[in-house]
Design a protein around this ligand. Structure first.
Ligand code: AMP
Ligand code: MG
Length: 321
């Protein structure tokens, strides 16, 4: 008989507060292992840890290939595949632009256009070269750099699900700050109810999603941003085509999928692409659904979420067939 009380742990990692819950006999030990796994992944994937695989690739840009963990290699290989499928709207070589815009920092000023154009030249996922036989990785040009901020937490979510399963847990939930993964249903067999944050209203939801065995990942311009002295707001998702924070008309994109890494990439890519191009891209991913909100607070829900999405009071939405 599964205990009705879950084991619960919080940890701060990857720049966010994470919360893990699991039910079952070995739930406590399982969550200890989950926290260790998250810390391990941060140590290889963060570009703010100087010894990480990602930092070593960046430090050697335009100079040397570096040997990386096979796991890092596979994440990078999948990142490149998805970047191509997303037509370059998702691009992990975005790092020099993220640095230039200094998003999330206090003393924020818009970079000079000339400098921005020069830095934009450095962004191209095709310049990340992977050598499968040696598991070595290199960036073609000096000053290029990669940033896994748009995919790393998704991958981490998939690894957490593996650990839940390894410990025989059949009902669990993890919130990685905007990325939620669920294993199975709640112990009473009913679906998990996952709230979708309203991008404009504090402590308010667009609605909630009833899910079993799904990952729910949200990208939003409200999640990380800075204001300049004129009161302009700049958020953290950059359009690799223009070098500017994205203005696609969307303020929030939620992706629902059975793969958290793919959902993470798509949440970022659809945010860049906007409703029409984004929904077209989504069609090529089976069993993958979306909830979008635009700057006029119009909500669009893909048809596979019919019966799973419950809007908050006052929220009207259109089902996209
Ligand atoms: P997410 O919150 O998953 O949409 O990811 C946003 C994070 O990914 C940012 O904080 C950057 O670190 C990075 N990023 C920003 N723009 C892009 C982009 N167009 N493609 C890939 N990663 C991006
Ligand atoms: Mg993402």
């Amino acid at each position: 008989m599964i205990s009705p009380q879950p084991a619960h742990k919080e940890q701060t990692s990857m720049g966010t507060i994470m919360s893990h819950k699991a039910f079952g006999m070995y739930a406590e030990d399982c969550l200890d292992a989950v926290c260790r796994e998250v810390a391990r992944l941060e140590s290889i994937l963060s570009r703010y840890i100087p010894e990480s695989d990602v930092s070593r690739i960046n430090q050697n840009a335009g100079r040397n290939f570096v040997e990386v963990n096979p796991e890092t290699f596979n994440i990078l290989a999948r990142s490149l595949e998805l970047s191509a499928i997303c037509d370059g709207n998702f691009d992990i070589t975005i790092a020099p632009l993220v640095n230039l815009w200094n998003i999330g920092k206090n003393s924020f000023t818009q970079p000079p256009i000339r400098e921005m154009k020069q830095v934009l030249e450095l962004v191209n996922y095709r310049d990340l070269i992977l050598d499968a036989s040696s598991k070595k990785v290199g960036l073609s040009r000096p000053r290029q750099a990669i940033d896994l901020g748009g995919i790393g937490k998704g991958y981490t979510g998939d690894c957490i699900l593996e650990i839940f399963r390894d410990f025989g847990v059949t009902s669990a939930y993890s919130n990685l700050g905007g990325n939620v993964v669920t294993l199975g249903a709640k112990p009473d067999g009913t679906p998990w109810n996952i709230g979708i944050q309203h991008p404009r209203l504090v402590d308010s939801l667009i609605g909630s999603l009833a899910v079993i065995d799904r990952s729910i990942v949200t990208s939003g311009s409200y999640q990380r941003f800075s204001n300049d002295s004129l009161g302009n707001q700049f958020h953290h998702i950059i359009d690799p085509a223009t070098g500017y924070p994205v203005e696609s008309g969307l303020v929030s994109v939620t992706i629902v999928s059975d793969n958290a890494m793919t959902a993470d990439v798509l949440s970022t890519a659809l945010f860049v692409m906007g409703v029409n191009r984004g929904m077209e891209l989504l069609m090529s991913f089976p069993k993958t659904e979306a909830i979008l909100m635009d700057s006029e607070e119009k909500v669009f829900v893909s048809k596979g979420l019919k019966g799973h999405f419950q809007p908050n009071e006052g929220i009207e939405y259109t089902i996209l067939e």
